[in-house]
Design a protein around this ligand. Structure first.
Ligand code: URA
Length: 441
């Protein structure tokens, strides 16, 4: 088999065979296929696309390029949840323990922040003492005893994706549904869970800006999951506004704990309950989605989810008292208010810019090597649609230096638009995609 022939075939828009795809992934991962040929293939895929069978073959090949986690020694149905990325999305911190309280085993690998979007691992590491590195034995033991354990992705998980992603990033080949779907799903399949729930974001802060694109991506990923024999579903949810009111690692842990304690913002609570309910339903812990919702509500209300969270934190070396004592989380030295320049309504939030402001403040990484400032971030006083009076705080920025705080405040102010009338209300949920089809909500 020759890479040249594979390139010519995809250039002409023909479907590649499983053998050709495996030849490419194996050779590229081993360093035998040079970057220029891999880049040419990525660009041909971007332009010509891939059918469902090819995309599934590509994903499975990437998943098998490294270690495939074997969770079979952990009793129970294992459920995973993945968000395509957003700003202020701290749902995993709530959904993991909540799904566990509903009887799903959450033995999960999560990622770090990417660009302007935050990562669960960074958030968890803002809890004093918390370790996201556990031996495979300890990972399995915590998952079995507590029902939830969240660790960082090992370097051996889908190494083909790591190499391909780095190449896509510099060859303008990120924006391709088969490439995004295979990248995400290769890591989910290698993660080993029986059920996979995908939270596909749509809106100004999402990877996919339009609902149509988000639905197509979700359909591609659900189809891959089904072909790989995993129960897979996706919800399309809003990311036209940061989720909840906090952006930044320790600030988000605090907000997640508020929801686990029965308080916190309504959008974050509603999304977390819905995601946990879907996981419980998919894992067979309730006979219907309606009953799964009632179960998740009950486990949140009666403190079971909070108890799972505290046990997970303790088992992973962290201080569980942060749940009720947020003052024990890292704090930023400087805070500045961003004030409303006029009366009106908060009618637009440029979520991507809010994410950029959080990176400048120190809550995200400017480069791979940047150190995080766990206390840094943003807290909103007003959310989309709220009436505002001139001079009232729209929110506060937190940073370790006055200079960073000033720069973050300037970016945040630029991301918030005050209008003369309230914006149209956007739903939190747009669509649900299962192996049976797509349902608009
Ligand atoms: N996240 C991933 O893991 N891969 C992509 O291609 C896009 C988002």
């Amino acid at each position: 088999m020759h890479m040249y022939d594979i390139l010519a075939k995809k250039r002409e828009g023909l479907a590649l065979s499983r053998e050709e795809i495996e030849f490419f992934i194996r050779g590229f991962t081993a360093g035998e296929i040079p970057d220029y040929q891999a880049s040419a293939l990525l660009m041909a895929i971007c332009i010509q696309g891939m059918d469902e069978r090819e995309t599934a073959d590509l994903t499975l090949s990437m998943a098998h390029s490294g270690e495939m986690a074997d969770l079979s020694q952990i009793p129970g149905i294992k459920g995973d949840k993945h968000s395509t990325g957003g700003v202020g999305d701290k749902t995993t911190l709530i959904v993991g323990p909540l799904a566990a309280a509903c009887g799903v085993v959450v033995a999960k690998m999560s990622g770090r922040g990417l660009g302007y979007t935050g990562g669960t691992i960074d958030k968890l590491e803002s809890i004093p003492g918390f370790s996201t590195q556990q031996s495979p034995q300890r990972f399995a033991q915590i998952a079995e005893e507590v029902g939830v354990c969240i660790v960082g992705q090992s370097g051996e998980l889908a190494p083909a994706d790591k190499k391909l992603y780095a190449l896509r990033d510099v060859t303008a080949t990120v924006e391709s549904i088969p490439l995004i779907a295979s990248s995400i799903m290769s890591k989910k399949l290698a993660g080993g869970s029986d059920c996979i729930l995908l939270d596909v974001k749509t809106g100004s802060g999402a990877f996919m800006k339009t609902l149509e694109e988000s639905v197509q991506l979700a359909q591609a990923m659900v189809s891959i999951g089904a072909r790989a024999g995993r129960k897979t579903a996706a919800l399309i949810t809003d990311m036209d506004h940061p989720l909840g009111r906090a952006v930044g690692n320790a600030l988000e842990v605090e907000e997640a704990c508020q929801v686990l304690c029965g308080e916190g913002p309504g959008d974050l609570r509603a999304l977390s309950v819905e995601l946990a309910a879907w996981m419980a339903w998919m894992a067979g812990k309730a006979p219907s989605l309606e009953e799964a919702r009632a179960l998740a509500e009950e486990k949140l209300r009666d403190g079971s989810a909070l108890e799972r969270f505290c046990r997970m934190v303790q088992a992973q070396g962290g201080d569980p008292s942060v749940a009720e004592h947020p003052e024990r989380l890292p704090k930023a030295a400087v805070s500045l208010a961003v004030l409303a320049p006029k009366d009106g309504w908060l009618c637009r939030v440029d979520t991507r810019e809010v994410g950029r402001a959080s990176v400048v403040l120190g809550a995200g990484r400017e480069t791979r090597e940047s150190a995080l400032d766990y206390g840094a971030g943003i807290r909103f006083a007003k959310v989309l649609g709220d009436p505002v009076r001139q001079g009232e705080p729209l929110g506060w920025v937190y940073a370790s230096t006055e200079g960073r705080a000033q720069e973050g405040a300037r970016l945040l102010a630029g991301a918030l638009e005050i209008g003369e009338r309230p914006p149209e209300k956007r739903p939190l949920f747009y669509a649900a995609i299962t192996e049976k089809g797509t349902q608009r909500l």
